[in-house]
Write a protein that binds this ligand. Sequence first.
Ligand code: NAP
Length: 303
Amino acid sequence: MENYDVIIVGGGPAGLTAGIYAGRQNLKTLILDKGLAGGQAREVPVIDNYPGFSMANGLELIENTKSQTQKYATIHEFEEVLDVFNENKSFIVKTSKGEYTSKVIILTTGSKHRQLNVTGENQHLGRGISYCATCDGMFFKGKDILVVGGGNTAAIDALYLSDLGCNVTLVHRRDQLRCQKYLEDKLKESKIPIIWNTTVEAIEGDPLVDNVKLLNKDGTESEISVNGVFIAVGDIPQNLIAEKLNLKLDDDGSILCDKYQRTSLEGVYAAGDVTGGLKQWIVACGEGAVAAISAYDDIIKNS
Ligand code: NAP
């Protein structure tokens, strides 16, 4: 069994940054990701609020971060963490490929796309339904698209898809958007039509999406003919390992941490989207750095 000082579960912005900070402090560090490092960060079409980059692309930024991290930490991709437990003041990490020990654990498991849970959603995944505009937008050039949601992601996706040449309509369940003002202004400028106070009831088509049933708050039912539906209704924390470790979670299932990113269990830290709060790239990086520094302090204190 290979022994590490720090094992980081999840290789998004928070995990990779924690890896840089831990490795640079001479801690033997392993980052495990069940897929490709980067996770949801790979899907972000445009980041225009990351200091030093006026227009960054998520995939490029994460690939650069990954190369930088590899100087200081080992990254194992496509290796899923199945269980973590405490034994003799260290942790045993069981994965899909092996077993490791570590002095501390940093959980940066991120979040996953929330589903609408409506008829036809699962059935049409990859057949006209997508949760990732950057990944799938190009297949819908010149096509009619419905974007669902009123947050930053929905606004950014709607603008991105419209720029790609899709004929975009946005549908939102309230009469006010949740996204930032500048995005709302851009949506107005772009003249993307918004269907207000309306939810998606069913997504239809055989085998490809061609129709969506809608329901207005006033009870009016309607339909819209579209070739694609991009669902951007938020995220839910991926907290399976946190639950296995019996960590304290908040009502949404996000991991509760103190300002040093320490969780309710000694030796376990958490950072990034799995901790809830502001889901921003820079916040995830900041939390990842803090988690690694706290881990280093605690390892030194206990050695
Ligand atoms: P979000 O801010 O949670 O917004 C989700 C949107 O989906 C809300 O408008 C919500 O409606 C709607 N919604 C939720 N469940 C729904 C359902 N079942 N049916 C219909 N609509 C539903 O999620 P997000 O846009 O993915 O953003 C996640 C986080 O990342 C946020 O903190 C956001 O600020 C951040 N983010 C930041 C940037 C940036 O700064 N550039 C970019 C992307 C995301 P209500 O408004 O009625 O609740």
